[in-house]
Write a protein that binds this ligand. Structure first.
Ligand code: ADP
Length: 170
């Protein structure tokens, strides 16, 4: 059954340094899904490690380089994180992105078109991350975005009173 879902997309540092943002967003717009959150950020180590928490156990040999890659150690230290919402969002986006290994990806997919295996580091520089299931999507969106950063209240929230230091415009 087709369902309204949300999924996390990250245009990785190689996508940004290669000026692929426009091309990638255009390719993703074929899905007719709605963007409900977007931000550009420098990925802190803690966020990268939490994001790849499972990779640490599933593929320990690539974990350090995947962290370095996401934090910008090979390209530029920025990523564009987005939340897409709509019918079958998870699989629709995954299909357009293609599989992890860009050499195995169909050349019409984003990873097949723009990715490469770095011959020096062996890293799959596949320009984009997307959530692999509805469950991981929810965890990843909650990790990358605060409720107030999304234009729809897609998951349950609770109100807390918090005092903290932050920068404001002067
Ligand atoms: P995906 O990003 O498709 O969900 P994984 O979570 O397994 O894939 O891996 C995270 C990232 O680590 C990949 O996107 C890729 O950049 C890198 N990576 C994964 N497996 C390999 C590998 N065998 N060799 C080199 N890099 C890899």
């Amino acid at each position: 059954m087709k369902k309204i879902q949300q999924t996390l997309v990250i245009i990785k540092p190689d996508g940004l340094i290669k000026s692929l943002t426009g091309n990638i967003l255009t390719a993703l717009s074929e899905t007719k899904l709605k963007i409900v959150g977007a931000k550009i950020l420098k990925v802190p180590k803690k966020l990268a490690e939490l994001h790849y928490g499972e990779l640490k156990y599933k593929k320990p040999e690539v974990f350090p380089s995947a962290i370095k890659y996401l934090m910008g150690g090979f390209h530029t230290n920025r990523v564009l994180a987005l939340v897409y919402q709509g019918l079958n969002a998870v699989n629709s986006i995954r299909k357009i992105c293609g599989p992890t290994n860009p050499e195995e990806a169909d050349p019409t997919t984003i990873r097949g078109r723009y990715g490469r295996i770095n011959s020096k580091t062996g890293v799959f520089e596949n320009v984009i991350h997307t959530s692999e299931s509805v469950e991981t999507a929810e965890n990843e969106i909650k990790l990358w975005f605060l409720p107030e950063e999304l234009c729809e209240r897609i998951f349950k929230t609770k109100k807390i009173i918090k005092t903290s230091e932050k920068f404001i415009w002067v």
